[in-house]
Design a binder for this molecule. Structure first.
Ligand SMILES: *Cc1c(COP(=O)(O)O)cnc(C)c1O
Length: 381
C-alpha cells in the first residue's frame, strides 16, 4: 500500500490534480481526533481502540494524540505495533483463544489484561501468566439481535459458564472482570442493556465482584444517509443501566470500539472502469478490496459521484448493479446502488465512512487492490 506524505485540502483537489487510476483512501486526521474526543468525553469509563479495525500507523498515532491510552489487541503483531507506537499504553489481549507461544510473547511484553471464554484457555492463562496485578476478563454472550451480524457465533461463554469461569479467575488470584461484544455496527442500544444486566447476574451467581466491565465495541458508524447513529444516547444508557444493575460497588467501565472510532475518518475513492452496455457499473475496487466487508455488513449509501474535473454529478439517481474489478462473480456490492444518471466512464465514486475493516482486509486478488492512502484536511469532496 502506497503512502502519500503530502496533505491535500480535499478528495476533490487530489482527484482533479492526480487523476488516480487505482483506488485511494482519503484520511482526515482531524475527523479521527474529533471522533476520539466524542468517545473520551462521552463514554463513562476507559476508551480503548480495537486495533484490528484499522491498524494503520497514522491512525494509531492520531488516536494517541487525541488521548486514547488503551488498545484492544489480538495478536503478537498488534502487541508489538502498539508497544512501538504507544509505549505506555494499556494493552488488553482480548482474543479468547491463544497459543502458548502467543501467551509467552504477551507476558514478555508486559500485557496485564486478558479475556477468556472457556475452561481450557483459562487454565492455560493460569499456568503461564503471573497473577499479580493481572486482569482476566470472562467473555460471555447472549442470544441478542441488533448488530450487523452475530458476534456470539464464535466467542463467549453462556451466563452459567461465565459464572464458573469468573469464580475460578478470582480463586486463582487474578483481577476478575467481565467482557462482552454486542456485535459490530450494533444499532440497537437495547443490546447493551441486556448484556450489562446479565453481567450483574453472572457476578451474583459467582459470588464475585467484577473489578471492570468491558462493554465491547459494536458502536455504530454512519453508513446509511437517513440513519444517524446516536452515540451519546448509547453512552448514557450504558452508564444508567450499569448503576441500576450493580448499585454500590459497580465495576469500572471499559469500551473497545473499532468501527465507531475510525470509520468516519476515511472516504474511499473508486473509479468507474466501464458501464457495460449502459447497465452494469464496474469499479476499480470491490469486495476483495477495501469494500471487503460490505457483502456481510450491507451497503454504505453515502455515495458521491464526481467527474475527473471533480464536478459533482447531479443527475437523477437510478439503481444499478455494481461490480468490483476481479473476475469472481461474488465481487459485487450488495443489492443495487443508486447512482446519478449523468455518471460516465472515468468518473470517481466516493464512499464516505469507510475507515473500518477496509484497508486492513484489502487483498491483491486477481492483481487488483493497489490501494493508497492520501491525507486530507477535510473529507467533503
Ligand atoms: C473486533 C472487536 C472489537 C471492535 O469491534 P467494532 O464492532 O469494530 O467496534 C472490539 N472488541 C473485540 C474483542 C473485537 O474482537
Amino acid at each position: 500500500m502506497g503512502l502519500s506524505k503530502t496533505i491535500w485540502a480535499s478528495p476533490s483537489e487530489f482527484i482533479r490534480t492526480q487523476q488516480p487510476e487505482n483506488p485511494v483512501m482519503f484520511f482526515a486526521p482531524m475527523v479521527l481526533q474529533a471522533t476520539a474526543r466524542r468517545f473520551l468525553e462521552g463514554f463513562p469509563g476507559l476508551v480503548t481502540y480495537a486495533v484490528k479495525s484499522n491498524p494503520d500507523e497514522m491512525v494509531i498515532q492520531n488516536l494517541v494524540a487525541a488521548g486514547i491510552r488503551g488498545f484492544d489487541v489480538a495478536s503478537p503483531v498488534e502487541i508489538a505495533l502498539i508497544r512501538r507506537l504507544a509505549p505506555g499504553a494499556a494493552l488488553h489481549y482480548n482474543n479468547p483463544v491463544r497459543s502458548r507461544a502467543e501467551i509467552g510473547f504477551a507476558v514478555e511484553q508486559g500485557v496485564k489484561s486478558y479475556s477468556v471464554d472457556s475452561r481450557s484457555e483459562l487454565e492455560k492463562l493460569i499456568a503461564l501468566v503471573p497473577a499479580e496485578g493481572c486482569e482476566i476478563a470472562v467473555r460471555f454472550k447472549l442470544p441478542v439481535a441488533g448488530a450487523a451480524y452475530n458476534f456470539g457465533a464464535k466467542f463467549g461463554a453462556t451466563v452459567e459458564g461465565a459464572a464458573a469461569l469468573l469464580a475460578r479467575v478470582a480463586e486463582a488470584g487474578f483481577v476478575p472482570s467481565l467482557t462482552f461484544h454486542p456485535g459490530t455496527q450494533c444499532t440497537d442500544p437495547a443490546a447493551w442493556d441486556a448484556y450489562i444486566r446479565a453481567a450483574a447476574d453472572i457476578c451474583g451467581r459467582a459470588g464475585v465482584r467484577a473489578r471492570r466491565l468491558n462493554v465491547g465495541g459494536g458502536f455504530p458508524a454512519h453508513r446509511l444517509m437517513g440513519v444517524l447513529p446516536d452515540l451519546q444516547a448509547i453512552f448514557a444508557l450504558i452508564g444508567r443501566v450499569t448503576a441500576e444493575a450493580f448499585g454500590e460497588g459497580a465495576p469500572a467501565l471499559v469500551c473497545e470500539p473499532g468501527r465507531g472510532l475510525v470509520a468516519e475518518s476515511f472516504t474511499l475513492a473508486t473509479r468507474i472502469k466501464g458501464i457495460r452496455d449502459g447497465a452494469h457499473v464496474f469499479l476499480n475496487d470491490g469486495c476483495y478490496g477495501a469494500m471487503d466487508e460490505l457483502p456481510i455488513t450491507g451497503i454504505i449509501d453515502r455515495i458521491t459521484v464526481i467527474s475527473p474535473e471533480a464536478e459533482p454529478r447531479r443527475g437523477e439517481a437510478a439503481d444499478h448493479i455494481v461490480f468490483g474489478p476481479t473476475c469472481d462473480s461474488v465481487d459485487r456490492l450488495p443489492g443495487e446502488v443508486a447512482l446519478p444518471g449523468d455518471m460516465a466512464e472515468g468518473d470517481y465514486v466516493l464512499f464516505a465512512g469507510m475507515g473500518a475493516y477496509s484497508t486492513a482486509t484489502n487483498t491483491r486478488f486477481n492483481g487488483f487492490g493497489d490501494l493508497s492512502i492520501a491525507t486530507v484536511m477535510a473529507l467533503k469532496p
